[in-house]
Design a protein around this ligand. Structure first.
Ligand code: SAH
Ligand code: SF4
Ligand code: F3S
Length: 453
């Protein structure tokens, strides 16, 4: 009898990559592979990579170096690189690491079985050509039993001058509303309670699908999708990411306020608080427009939580322009902000401009921004003290087994005393007793009767 084939996946990068990894794991299990916690005991290793900043390629090469070495002792080891570095480097990866069996870009994730079968027939494969993404027919192996990601649009048609995503993820491709709803219905039946709809630029959802209304509007927009999937039975909470300020509409805000399952949390990256920099980034909005969106959201949902991404040290950014970013953060008071120092990426316009800033300036600005962010987030957190918040219990607190953890509708990580066996996947009311910058502690008040749909 042959021993079972075992696989291990290492995932870097964003939610898109995590969702792709879950689908690829599903495909591998369908093919008879079993998960191996220890990568060194697996005979198929898959690295799902990210190239958004820093020397992501170098990190991948260093991981691969070690495993390529192992392959000389264990010739049946299959080495796969997927994701955004795979797309960016393509053939170059094979030239540097000839032990690799398969290099495939993100658009090919759902074709993993097909490509692996070619590998097992003795081929070495690079799959990076643009394709129409095939609908996934296997079941993803999801990390959580409570919350799930559902892709709604792949790719990005924007051309932000710092960003590699359009190069590596290709053009926008929306899934049909029916396919999205069908996936969500299955999730509801399996006991999932929360779904996050995913897209790099989720506001672009539906633009590439056929059909316009009488008034000339696209028939399929994110707003329409929210109405269409809102009543999926079993799913109690809906989220979506990532929003682009350029396309964020009042119609969408109204829908979020109106639809009870849509959580009052919005992730809307602004990148910079300075109009000149925003222009150089080709973001297509001003800081005034961004502020108007946040005002509008707060008008409809006064307690909405707002998170965003920002970049410091973009080429040519002056101290004054950086201070405009600080000012925006000061004024809006984000619940969470992902910050990054600008990193030149291959194949992007800004990478070759001659007004690059020094690493010292970038890291100094990053520190100053991060300091302000945690001060503001700690302040924003205070509003939860003494309140009763609805928490969807996801897991045990890894640092304290007497506690469970979950998220509020505003996406704050929250801990309280409780038994995970009893509470996993339940919506629980917790009275908040401690508020830290990015997490809360509470006491259970009672269990909500699921509202059901
Ligand atoms: N689609 C989303 C996010 C894409 S990438 C959006 O439009 O906002 C996630 C985040 O990485 C970005 O929001 C940005 O803040 C950061 N990022 C992207 N390219 C970067 C670069 N070259 N250097 C530093 N940060 C970058
Ligand atoms: Fe990158 Fe801009 Fe597309 Fe976001 S919208 S993925 S930052 S190009
Ligand atoms: Fe990274 Fe690709 Fe996501 S570059 S951030 S994994 S789209």
């Amino acid at each position: 009898m042959t021993s079972p084939r075992r696989y291990h996946i290492t995932t870097f990068g964003c939610q898109m990559n995590k969702a792709d990894s879950e689908r690829m794991a599903g495909i591998l299990e369908d093919m008879g592979f079993e998960w191996s916690e220890d990568p060194n005991e697996a005979n198929l290793l898959l690295y799902n990579t990210c190239t958004i900043r820093d020397n992501a390629e170098q990190k991948v090469y260093s991981y691969l170096g070690r495993q390529a070495h192992r392959k000389h002792q264990q010739p049946d080891l299959t080495l796969v690189v997927t994701g955004c570095v795979a797309q960016q480097e393509g053939e170059a990866l094979l030239r540097r690491v000839p032990e690799l069996d398969l290099v495939m870009g993100p658009q090919h994730a759902n074709r993993l079985q097909d490509l692996l079968e070619q590998v097992f027939d003795g081929n070495q494969i690079v799959a990076t050509e643009p394709i129409q993404i095939v609908e996934d027919i296997t079941k993803p192996r999801r990390d959580s039993k409570v919350t799930a990601w559902v892709n709604v649009i792949y790719g990005c048609n924007e051309r932000c001058t710092y960003c590699v995503v359009p190069n590596v993820r290709g053009v926008e491709q929306s899934r049909s509303p029916e396919a999205i709803r069908a996936e969500m219905e299955q999730l509801g039946q399996q006991g999932y309670k929360e779904v996050t709809l995913l897209g790099q630029n989720i506001d672009a959802y539906g633009r590439d699908l056929p059909g316009v209304t009488e008034s000339g509007r696209h028939q399929h927009t994110l707003t329409d999708l929210l109405y269409y999937v809102h009543d999926v039975p079993g799913i109690e909470r809906l989220r979506f990411a990532t929003s682009h300020p350029r396309y964020f509409t009042e119609r969408l805000i109204r829908a979020c306020a109106e639809l009870p399952k849509v959580c009052e949390h919005f992730h809307i990256p602004f990148q910079s608080g300075d109009n000149e920099i925003l222009k150089a980034m080709s973001r297509g909005y001003t800081h005034e427009k961004y502020r108007r969106i946040i005002d509008k959201i707060r008008q409809y949902m006064p307690d909405a939580s707002i998170s965003a991404d920002a970049i410091v040290g973009f080429p040519g950014e002056t101290e004054e322009q950086f201070e405009n970013t600080l000012k925006l953060v000061e004024d809006i008071g984000f619940d969470l902000l992902n910050t990054a120092a600008y990193s030149p990426r291959p194949g992007t316009p800004a990478a070759v401009w001659d007004n690059q800033l020094s690493e010292e300036i970038k890291s100094d600005r990053l520190q100053r921004l991060n300091h302000l962010v945690s001060t503001k987030a700690a302040q924003a957190s205070q509003r939860y003290l003494g309140r009763v918040e609805e928490v969807l219990v996801e897991d045990q607190n890894p640092k304290d087994p007497t506690q469970v953890m979950g998220r509020t509708r505003g996406n704050r990580l929250t801990f309280f005393r409780g038994d995970i066996e009893e509470l996993k996947g339940k919506l629980v009311n917790g009275k908040i007793t401690q508020a830290r910058a990015f997490s809360l502690t509470g006491e259970r008040v009672d269990i909500l009767i699921p509202t059901g749909g």
